[in-house]
Design a protein around this ligand. Structure first.
Ligand SMILES: [Zn+2]
Length: 193
């Protein structure tokens, strides 16, 4: 199919361009808290879940999409500053070489938090392996965790359970091994995200 000639600035989307992705009767409620409209339009949940969607009503999907206009014409440094400044939760470090899609979603998250003054609803917890769950329990931390949070917790637990501190207590020694293994598991996991 021949591509349509595109002008430099895409025309603003009109209502007719927003064709519902689902029949009205089958639409889930809009994802936005407190909105009672049917969520007839879908958007990827996050950069990690491009095939998982949140459903929005027309008003909210437009808001969702139009947020991107705010960044048009900004210098990369300014966008980077915005992302670092606005995001409340842990995000991977901004990476100039990262894929456009990644940047898109980082901006998306940052804007959402900035505009709604709230943390983006936590990403649904991916299915955790038994190994990960065990490691989380051993480290006594919850998912999702951050690299920093993990380190802080690890340090605290090492201080408490290091065999040297516990004068060769066997239980401490065993626990120390488990904690260290769990730390390793959780570090690797977060790096793989
Ligand atoms: Zn809505």
């Amino acid at each position: 199919m021949p591509r349509k000639k595109t002008s430099k600035k895409p025309p603003k989307k009109t209502r007719t361009e927003y064709v519902p992705h689902i029949a009205t009767g089958k639409a889930p409620p809009c994802h936005v808290d407190g909105c009672r409209e049917p969520g007839e339009y879908k958007a990827p949940k996050s950069r990690d879940e491009l095939h998982e969607y949140h459903w929005f009503c027309l008003g909210h999907i437009r808001e969702h999409n139009q947020q991107w206009d705010y960044f048009a014409g900004l210098e990369p440094d300014d966008i980077e500053y915005f992302v670092k400044d606005a995001v409340t939760g842990h995000r991977p470090t901004w990476n100039r070489e990262s894929q456009v899609r990644d940047q898109y979603f980082k901006l998306h998250d940052a804007l959402y938090e900035f505009l709604t003054d709230s943390k983006r609803p936590a990403k649904p917890t991916p299915p955790l392996t038994a190994k990960l769950r065990k490691a989380l329990a051993t480290m006594d931390i919850e998912y999702p965790y951050t690299v920093k949070g993990l380190k802080v917790q690890y340090r605290a637990m090492v201080k408490k359970h290091h065999p040297d501190v516990n004068k060769g207590d066997k239980k401490s020694e065993e626990l120390f091994k488990q904690i260290t293994a769990a730390y390793h598991t959780l570090s690797e996991h977060i790096k793989s995200l």
